[in-house]
Design a protein around this ligand. Structure first.
Ligand code: NAP
Length: 252
């Protein structure tokens, strides 16, 4: 018997990286899973590879209200409901403040904050009706400030405030909302950072591992484990919290 038998989990930005690792974890523990991502065929391919009892891939832009509403409707119709929402879709547009453009700012705010808002608003209708729901939002250690990421750190700290407010407003309806704040996780997002810094990916990971108290980088499975705990009934007395999963990086 799996922890998520009979549950339907939706993970945004899940065609790869942390989102895919999280979707895999839900599938492995018995959930039906919807993978939402921009690219239709990438979402479908990722869903098919999960080996879940039921899984669908849906192409949607989380910043587009019509896309989001249609995606949630498809989940409910095709998977029979919705119980867990993971707001994971993300982008970076890094630059020092004096070079950061208005487009860089709007893009990052849009995907992380507006995206999480629209997805949560669409899902909470169902959660409130059934008096059950789990929301897990992806923040980041960068919420605490990071050179070259004024836009991203503002968005990721915004996610923490959003999560606390969801905890307050939705708690009376049997809904838990928490955030996970990863440190350095080996994905295409951090590989792109290496490329921008003109560094070899393996060298970049090695440097980050050496600087980390546990002397390794994180992997999507590390984040998936924390998300799964917060989305489980074992965490029903935990809400509004942000759990840093960073090997102790923020202690430094
Ligand atoms: P990733 O490998 O870049 O994957 C992000 C996924 O989100 C991609 O498949 C991307 O699709 C999708 N996406 C982007 N914009 C979207 C939109 N508007 N609508 C729907 N999907 C969209 O990133 P990751 O490293 O797995 O990161 C996942 C989450 O964890 C993000 O919120 C990120 O900020 C956070 N995080 C990551 C790290 C890290 O070290 N990796 C650390 C802290 C926090 P496309 O490829 O088509 O653009």
């Amino acid at each position: 018997m799996g922890r998520f038998d009979g549950r339907v989990a939706v993970v945004t930005g899940a065609a790869r990286g942390i989102g895919f690792g999280t979707a895999q974890r839900f599938a492995d523990e018995g959930a039906a899973v919807a993978i939402i991502d921009l690219d239709d065929s990438a979402a479908a391919k990722a869903a098919a590879s999960l080996g879940a009892s039921k899984a669908i891939g849906i192409s949607a832009d989380v910043t587009d209200a019509a896309d989001v509403d249609a995606a949630i409707e498809r989940v409910v119709n095709e998977l029979g409901g919705i119980h867990i929402l993971v707001n994971n879709a993300g982008v970076t547009r890094d630059n020092l403040l004096f070079k950061l453009t208005e487009e860089d700012w709007d893009m990052v705010m849009g995907v992380h904050l507006k995206g999480a808002f629209l997805m949560t608003k669409a899902a909470q209708k169902h959660f409130v009706e059934q008096k059950y729901g789990k929301i897990v939002n992806l923040s980041s250690v960068s919420a605490l400030g990071n050179r070259g990421q004024a836009n991203y750190s503002a968005a990721k700290m915004g996610i923490q405030g959003f999560t606390r407010t969801l905890g307050i407003e939705l708690g009376p309806f049997g809904i838990n909302a928490n955030a996970v704040a990863p440190g350095f996780i080996a994905t295409e997002m951090t590989d792109a950072t290496a490329a921008r810094l003109k560094m070899d990916v393996e060298e970049f990971r090695k440097l980050n591992a050496e600087a980390n108290p546990v002397r390794r980088v994180g992997f999507p499975e590390d984040i998936a484990a924390a998300v799964a705990f917060l989305a489980s009934d074992e965490a029903s007395y935990v809400t509004g919290q942000t759990l840093y999963v960073d090997g102790g990086a923020k202690l430094g």
